[in-house]
Design a protein around this ligand. Structure first.
Ligand SMILES: NC(=O)c1ccc[n+]([C@@H]2O[C@H](COP(=O)([O-])OP(=O)(O)OC[C@H]3O[C@@H](n4cnc5c(N)ncnc54)[C@H](O)[C@@H]3O)[C@@H](O)[C@H]2O)c1
Length: 427
């Protein structure tokens, strides 16, 4: 195969690091429908904070040429001369936790409108097995008039990046690959091998590759649900869950999961994709859905624990002032999508308390627009009746909580990062 020109469709948490990496060796066009995102990227600014600005600067091009480097655009004409299309758009669920394939189908429509004979389309978005071949490729065939596996080919290579993790960056994570024919599978695998230092694993089929990704996140969800259930049980028994886990972890094959809020758009979402497909086959995925249900109950549980602590200390609940430390869905990253800290906040508000949020990572405007909650990047200069450490941002380790506590204030540590002296209880 001639050296490809690569289009990356969707420049978010997954697409931009991938585009940046491929752009060190190939001519790449990063395409996104979000024109503001494209403008920011042209200015060398990545609001997801996934790509180091200096690295982005090294590959950015101001013109769409055949030279190595990354050109970002919202113009469909700019991807017309590409030969490999990699789709990295979101795969959310709706309010009934049903898979929303609209972004994938829209992206497929875009690709279909510029696709040429011999081109290859690779999907990276997390999906249930069958989405690539049964949903996306027919859309490409419809729009392009080209025939799958005759005129054009496909692959699936799930993304495994972990936002905020500066050690396991994209090139250091082994990547699963697959292709629609044995020959295309090798071409897809070689393409990723050329940039992924950690290497690749070529799966036998596209469906196997799709299934492998969705079970990675489902497995984490179920394991976290188990320790969350333990936290509830030991909470009732008055036993410190963290002490129990620390002791159990001394056995070589005990899995080191910790309790917590499971938010974001991967672990808390992907199991629903697998569950939906299982149900279509007439199978009730009891364990997967039980894990989801348990994990989704944790926000309300945390709030109830905080209120109990306050009552035990004779603190007045109505109009109590509560500080929430962190609102992003995980530590050291600005992503607030599907954050379960909102469940804690909503639940605390049902007790007529006043909640304030301090998060040095989250964008206050985005928090306000998404959730109607005021958050600040600066630590408040006042004292509270209760403090909930909800996210393990590194900045919170250096906070002097005494400056934020009224005399009888309680501190609840969801992430178990505070010393026992600094907290009243942890999850
Ligand atoms: N973020 C993660 O940690 C992570 C890790 C592994 C896999 N994934 C999966 O990767 C996929 C992408 O996730 P993400 O976190 O990068 O999403 P994201 O929301 O950060 O980025 C998606 C980008 O796609 C753009 N977009 C949406 N529809 C488009 C279209 N039709 N054409 C062009 N651009 C379009 C959006 O404007 C956005 O910039 C999802 O399936 C997700 O489950 C995410």
């Amino acid at each position: 195969m001639k050296k490809p020109k690569i289009a990356i469709i969707g420049l978010g948490y997954v697409g931009l690091p991938l585009a940046r990496l491929f752009a060190t060796k190939y001519a790449v066009v990063g395409f996104d429908i979000n024109t503001q995102r494209i403008e920011e990227l042209h200015a060398g600014k990545d609001t997801t904070l996934e790509v180091v600005e200096a690295d982005l600067e090294k590959v950015l091009k101001s013109e769409n040429t055949q030279e190595i480097g990354l050109y970002c655009s919202s113009g469909i004409e700019d991807i017309r001369d590409c030969t490999v299309y990699i789709v990295t758009v979101p795969t959310p669920v709706d309010k009934n936790n049903r898979a929303v394939l609209t972004p994938l189908l829209k992206a497929s429509e875009t690709v279909g409108s510029v696709l040429k004979k011999e081109d290859i389309v690779i999907y990276e978005s997390t999906v249930y097995p069958g989405v690539t071949e049964e949903e996306c490729l027919p859309e490409i065939e419809r729009v392009s008039g080209l025939k799958f596996n005759v005129d054009f080919y496909a692959g699936y290579s799930p993304e495994r990046i972990n936002p905020g993790d500066k050690k396991h960056t994209i090139e250091h994570i082994l990547k699963v690959t697959s292709g629609s024919t044995p020959e295309i599978a090798i071409i897809v695998d070689d393409l990723y091998k050329s940039v992924i230092i950690a290497g690749t694993h070529l799966a036998p089929t596209i469906k196997v590759a799709e299934a492998s990704k969705v079970i990675e996140n489902s497995q984490r969800d179920i394991n976290i649900a188990f320790v969350n259930e333990l936290a509830k049980i030991f909470g009732l028994m008055g036993i410190d869950t963290q002490d129990v886990l620390e002791a159990a972890r001394t056995k070589w094959n005990f899995l080191p999961f910790t309790p917590g809020l499971v938010g974001g758009h991967c672990i808390g979402v992907d199991p629903y994709y697998l569950a939906q497909k299982a149900q279509e086959f007439g199978y009730h995925p009891g364990i997967i859905l039980a894990g989801r249900q348990l994990n989704d109950s944790m926000g309300e549980y945390v709030a109830s624990q905080v209120i109990k602590l306050m009552i035990d200390r004779d603190l007045k609940i109505k109009n109590a002032e509560i500080l929430i430390l962190g609102i992003t869905f995980k530590e050291n990253c600005p992503d607030i999508r599907n954050t379960k800290v909102m469940d804690v906040i909503s639940s605390l508000r049902t007790y007529n308390t006043h909640v304030e949020v301090y998060d040095p990572w989250a964008n206050p405007k985005e928090v306000q627009e998404s959730y109607g909650v005021i958050s600040s990047k600066k630590c408040p200069n006042k004292k509270f009746d209760a403090i909930v450490l909800a996210v393990g941002h590194a900045e919170f380790l250096d906070l002097d909580l005494n400056l934020l506590k009224k005399p009888e204030a309680v501190v609840y540590d969801v992430k178990n990062i505070l010393s026992k002296e600094d907290r009243d209880k942890s999850l």
